[in-house]
Write a protein that binds this ligand. Sequence first.
Ligand code: SAH
Length: 216
Amino acid sequence: MQLPQDSPKHQGQRMQLVNLLKEKGISDPAVIDALAFVPRHWFMDAGLAAHAYKNKAYPIAAEQTISHPYTVAFQSELIAIKPGDKVLEIGTGSGYQTAILRAMNAQIFTIERQRELFKKTQRLFEQLGLRPKKYLLGDGYLGLPDDAPFDAILVTAGAPFVPKALLSQLKIGGRLVIPIGNDPQIMHRFTRTGEKTFDKETFGEFRFVPMLKDKS
Ligand code: SAH
């Protein structure tokens, strides 16, 4: 199947966005390269493509949103992954964050609970030849016990509390990055320091759609 277009105009707008994100403090070269590489407009509805390189969230399907580029960049930095790391993403949504993590050469396991969105993004992944290790319709609160442990787990929806299952599926040294609370959420990073011990850090306010239980 034919790839969607990525014109010089889109590339120019993308570089401007990357420069803006650098000004806002994004500095990890692997994250910057991935943001410069992945066409964000491929993950948005054609009618919104003209806005793809603004630092804004936009509707995708099923009342969900593609995250702000800054939020995607910030979370991608916080999980601090190396090439080959096993990463679990909760909330595949448009697949944009998934594509950024793939571009950083991580092995991606990703879960979406919304059936309509799951199918839409599945078609896009096929069209782009973007193959996560696993892409599942399911409830991210449960994580993926059969594939655990993970080097990093990234939650891209606002959680009311820290799901215990996700903490238990981290390797020692692994990181869980998760926005917690009600509108707005506080970005948290938990690092597993031992069998039963975790470090907790917080990184300010963000706004996400809610993390909901069960498949829709
Ligand atoms: N990373 C995505 C973010 C989409 S918004 C992007 O940038 O496009 C958050 C997504 O999390 C939504 O698609 C929502 O349906 C999904 N979600 C919410 N609760 C979930 C859960 N318990 N398990 C899996 N996905 C969930």
